[in-house]
Each structure stands twice: as structure tokens, then as C-alpha cells.
Write a protein that binds this ligand. Structure first.
Ligand SMILES: [Mg+2]
Length: 119
């Protein structure tokens, strides 16, 4: 069981992830809808894992990864990407994200990535 922060500007996506993760006995410690909130909440909550959307208003997931890694270099982050975002995914991994999952979410793939990153 891990303490997880979910970050996505789409409420439906946060709900989908939350359902998948709580069913697998993980705890959702917070939700953020942009990169800036994600950085703030991550500092406050020190989650075991952050699941981060890429395209969001105010601050993108990529910029949030860079910011988080500057201040909490041991943060574990999984990116959520949509089709056609390969370049952003590669940049996020270079910036320190550990893995990525692709929308629409497949339950077993989400849990596989989460377990891999946590172990
Ligand atoms: Mg988005």
C-alpha cells in the first residue's frame, strides 16, 4: 500500500485513477489539477508516488517534474500521457520521472507501473 498524489486537470481522469488505485489498497492522499498545486501538495504531503498528467493549465506536468526534482530529488513520479506526447514523455523521463502510463488507462498497466516504481 502506498500514499499517492494524483495530478490531472480532468476530474474524470482523477476519478478513474483513484478508483483503480484504491481498489488495489493504495491511499489517495491528495489530488491536484495543475503542476503548481502538485508541487505545493507534494511538499506538504510527501507522497510515496505522484501520478502526473502532462498537459495542464498554469504549470505543465513536465515543468512540475523539473520543479519537484529540484526540491525533492527522491520523488517518485509516473507521467500520464495521451497520444502524440512522446516527446514530452521522453523529456519528463530525462527530468526524473520514473515511468509513464498512456490514456485511456488500462487498470492492469496502471498497477504494473505503480508496483514497478514503488519496488
Ligand atoms: Mg490534461
Amino acid at each position: 500500500m502506498a500514499r499517492i498524489l494524483i495530478v490531472d486537470d480532468a476530474k474524470f481522469m482523477r476519478m478513474t485513477l483513484s478508483t483503480i488505485l484504491t481498489k488495489a489498497n493504495h491511499e489517495i492522499v491528495g489530488e491536484a489539477e495543475n503542476g503548481r498545486e502538485a508541487v505545493k501538495l507534494s511538499k506538504e504531503l510527501s507522497p510515496d508516488l505522484v501520478i502526473m498528467d502532462i498537459t495542464m493549465p498554469e504549470m505543465s506536468g513536465l515543468d512540475a517534474v523539473k520543479e519537484l526534482k529540484k526540491e525533492q530529488s527522491d520523488s517518485k513520479i509516473i507521467m500520464c500521457s495521451a497520444m502524440g506526447q512522446q516527446k514530452m514523455v521522453v523529456e519528463s523521463i530525462e527530468a526524473g520521472a520514473k515511468d509513464f502510463i498512456v490514456k485511456p488507462f488500462d487498470e492492469s498497466r496502471v498497477l504494473e507501473a505503480v508496483n514497478r516504481v514503488l519496488n
